[in-house]
Design a binder for this molecule. Structure first.
Ligand code: ADP
Ligand code: MG
Length: 411
């Protein structure tokens, strides 16, 4: 018997870890693999000093805070060298950021909107001699004109909509740049779109969802099963899987503006994609189940963390004289190789065929009701508690009905 220890490195989340731990406990997994029986245990990780030679006792860590905290980020790099599997890759999330992501996908032929990187408005922190010698004056208006309005000015890194501005004219352009301070900015063509889709990926599992960024938080993900055409859905899944594999992001989300069946990725570097029940609601059970599948697969099979991302393989495909659709298919071969998709699917079929049923019981249980109530108490004022409790439980009940119908249909 081997006990797998799954570490959870968390920020301010409640519902995701509570549900993950609750469902894992309910499942009480005992997975037989190559002559060994594996059981599972979770532990919430604390942030503390560590000796670089100490031996961590985790098999796998799901991390949700290192994007903001440097101590755990460096700890993750250390434990990776000790053989612990980590979701996500702390090296690439630190080094790639949005900018390299845009450059790489553009190089692969993906429709990244026209994007420029500007020098910082306030350069007082930079090496002054280099600036005096080599910094070139530039015409901001000319760049904007070449892109065409509307334009988004957005930080080359970061997230959470901080500093993202939609610009419609010269006046707004100068105002936005003047206000950007020391933060380096992209100018990106604003895509007028008829659809906006956000897809989550956990390993090679991908869930595209209609996403309405302007709605209040609890209504941004829209329950709509036929939102994308088959063509759009197919490409959305491929792009999301490509992003996950090429950057080593195994718990990520990909935002795409869609205009007349053409997909324009605008934000796909999300180190800590929103996984809260409050925002995901109907889709929340999906992410918990997907996490259980991916973490058990990686830990039981001893999947090795991919330090190398094999970019040249993708770049070679990009150089070849084939259509974009054919390139996407070739990229998928490399991505499926990265994720070991076939082996993963076999693992799930063999060891986790009862997951849907256990999840149905868990998400309709009193324990889940408590998770929902606790989250609502934290997020909403007392006088809105009843209203939002019935709102969210109603959505959960709708999920249960859909799930029940699906399970009945597949029996
Ligand atoms: N090029 C673009 N075209 C259309 N909408 C955009 C574009 N860039 C950003 N947006 C809108 O602005 C929102 C926030 O920008 P985003 O790049 O996702 O930054 P963040 O990482 O802070 O979420 C997006 O969800 C989208 O609604
Ligand atoms: Mg975004």
């Amino acid at each position: 018997m081997k006990d797998i220890k799954l570490g959870l490195l968390l920020g301010n989340e409640i519902s995701m870890p509570d549900a993950l731990e609750g469902l894992l406990k309910k499942l009480n997994l005992k997975i037989e693999h190559e002559g060994e029986t594996y059981t599972f245990d979770t532990e919430r990780i604390t942030i503390e000093p560590f000796n670089i030679r100490y031996k961590p006792n985790y098999n796998l860590v799901v991390e949700r805070v290192s994007h903001w905290h440097t101590n755990p980020r460096e700890w993750l790099k250390k434990i990776l060298l000790d053989g612990v599997y980590v979701v996500n890759n702390p090296f690439t999330f630190q080094s790639i950021e949005k900018h390299t992501g845009f450059c790489m996908l553009a190089k692969l032929g993906v429709n990244i909107p026209d994007t420029w990187l500007l020098p910082q408005k306030d350069q007082s922190d930079l090496l002054q001699e280099a600036l005096e010698l080599y910094s070139k004056l530039f015409d901001l208006e000319e760049i904007a004109e070449s892109i065409g309005y509307p334009i988004y000015m957005k930080p080359y890194d970061g997230g959470g909509w901080v500093g993202v501005k939609k610009i419609n004219n010269l006046e707004e352009l100068h105002k936005a740049f003047d206000e950007s301070g020391k933060r380096m900015q992209h100018l990106q063509k604003g895509i007028e779109h008829d659809k906006f889709c956000r897809a989550l990926n956990i390993g090679p599992q991908i869930l595209p969802m209609q996403y309405e960024p302007k709605n209040p938080l609890h209504q941004r993900y829209v329950i709509n099963f036929d939102y994308l055409t088959p063509k759009e859905g197919n490409e959305m899944v491929k792009l999301t899987k490509l992003v996950g594999a090429i950057f080593g992001w195994e718990y990520n989300s990909c935002e795409v503006a869609i205009d007349k069946e053409t997909l324009y990725p605008v934000d796909f570097c999300n180190a800590v994609p929103d996984s809260s029940f409050m925002s995901l609601h109907f889709y929340f059970p999906w992410i918990i189940k997907a996490l259980i599948r991916w973490t058990t697969f990686c830990s039981v099979t001893g999947r090795k963390f991919r330090f190398d991302l094999n970019w040249q393989k993708y770049l070679d495909v990009a150089e070849s004289a084939i259509s974009y659709e054919e390139k996407l298919d070739k990229y998928m071969e490399i991505a499926d190789d990265y994720f070991e998709t076939e082996k993963f699917e076999e693992f799930c079929a063999k060891h986790l065929s009862h997951l849907d049923e256990a999840a149905y019981e868990f998400f309709t249980s009193e324990e889940m009701n408590k998770i929902i109530e606790r989250k609502i108490r934290k997020k909403f004022p007392e006088h809105e508690f009843d209203e939002f409790t019935s709102h969210y439980k109603g959505i959960r009940d709708f999920w249960a009905k859909c799930e029940h119908d699906k399970m009945k249909a597949t029996v």
